[in-house]
Design a protein. Structure first.
Length: 95
């Protein structure tokens, strides 16, 4: 049986959002329609995980599907920040 780690958090690094080389830990989430969640279970999970990690200092990027014609109809990639999370909206063309 694994013994609990001594300290205040279950993480060996103390729960730090900084990597050993000094850079911020980061995570990119793909395969989602986007956050804030309006669609289903995966989006709800992606939002909860992104908010949890961003609140702890992680650099979080969520790639969001931007319906409505895609690049063929003049839509372009756009970025925004929502609650400390970078949202990258990618235009897609619906079949």
């Amino acid at each position: 049986m694994r013994q609990p780690h001594s300290g205040t958090t279950p993480y060996p690094d103390g729960g730090s959002a900084t990597r050993l080389d000094g850079r911020r830990k980061s995570l990119a989430i793909l395969g989602t329609r986007g956050i804030p969640a309006h669609y289903g279970g995966f989006e709800t999970f992606a939002e909860a995980l992104a908010r949890h990690l961003a609140a702890r200092g992680w650099a979080v990027v969520v790639y969001c599907q931007d319906d409505g014609g895609g690049a063929a109809h003049g839509r372009k990639r756009r970025e925004e920040v929502w609650e400390g999370i970078t949202l990258v909206h990618l235009p897609v063309r619906l079949s």
